[in-house]
Write a protein that binds this ligand. Sequence first.
Ligand SMILES: NC(=O)c1ccc[n+]([C@@H]2O[C@H](COP(=O)([O-])OP(=O)(O)OC[C@H]3O[C@@H](n4cnc5c(N)ncnc54)[C@H](O)[C@@H]3O)[C@@H](O)[C@H]2O)c1
Length: 304
Amino acid sequence: MTGDAAQRSGAAGTDEPDPEGAPTKEVQGKQGRLEGKVAIVTGAGSTPGPGVGTGKATAIVMAREGAKVVCVDLYPERAEETKAVIEGEGGTALVVAADCTSSSDCEAMVASAVDTFGTVDVLVNNIGLAALGTVVDTTEEAWDRALSINLRTAFLASKHAVPVMAAQGSGSIVMISSISALRGDGTVAYSAAKGALLAMTVDMAYSHGRDGIRVNAIAPGHITTPMVHSVSQPGPAAAFMDQMRSEAGLLGTPGTGWDVGWAAAFLASDEARWITGATLPVESGVLSVTPLLMAGHLRAVPAP
Ligand SMILES: NC(=O)c1ccc[n+]([C@@H]2O[C@H](COP(=O)([O-])OP(=O)(O)OC[C@H]3O[C@@H](n4cnc5c(N)ncnc54)[C@H](O)[C@@H]3O)[C@@H](O)[C@H]2O)c1
């Protein structure tokens, strides 16, 4: 990492948010963009480990912006950790244990938000799990599972939240997709599901725009979250891949769940009132360059 890059990333102790979620001075100054709103975040827990997942970060950022946040997770103890951070900062959160592949759980999740906080203004469809495999070696079971976790969850959560939003004439839905929807990486089922989320985004934006509902997507790039580390053995290879995730982007700096959370809060807020059907890449510019032109950056030669 260059000296400039180190400074931008906060490696010199400037900007980088506390891994546990303490806001930077800059972020504290932005609070209030979701004041009075009720937000449901699915997958608001985080795979255990250092760092923060995108759902946990999104829930915390939205609470800092004034939203009451419904933290939904298959593992409620993970969502409880998110709630503890939010309440520790003076925010308001509710934990709902749900398997969002189930329609009745999604219905109950929306009902809990309405019963506890009065409505649903924001839905973040964040649940996802990567699945490696080509079209040849992906089993039918793995295909169905990947589409269930990455796509069906967003379908069912939206199905039950949209009528509440439509009844009040406003709402914002954010889909957490991936650059895997747009670039090949050997994850055929995951990529298909993430691509379908982008198709759902434009279709739902079309169908519900006149109900006052905006629907947008975020395509995160090579961010580092505890989930990423949980599927690799700690050691030199994992450390090398951490470095590569940073250096593959135009900025040469690491991305985290916080980067997705900040983007989601913006898209959910009234500042994005004229933005719908859009996909916002949060990827340090990896979609803006050809691999050939990154070759010079990716030689992986240690600095002298
Ligand atoms: N980490 C990355 O590099 C990366 C890159 C691009 C996109 N994404 C996307 O970001 C999202 C979150 O990734 P993360 O790394 O923060 O993962 P994570 O595992 O830390 O968080 C996902 C949460 O979803 C919960 N969950 C899983 N299945 C569920 C279900 N059926 N019902 C309710 N909750 C369920 C998990 O318990 C977990 O707490 C995913 O959609 C992922 O595809 C991640």
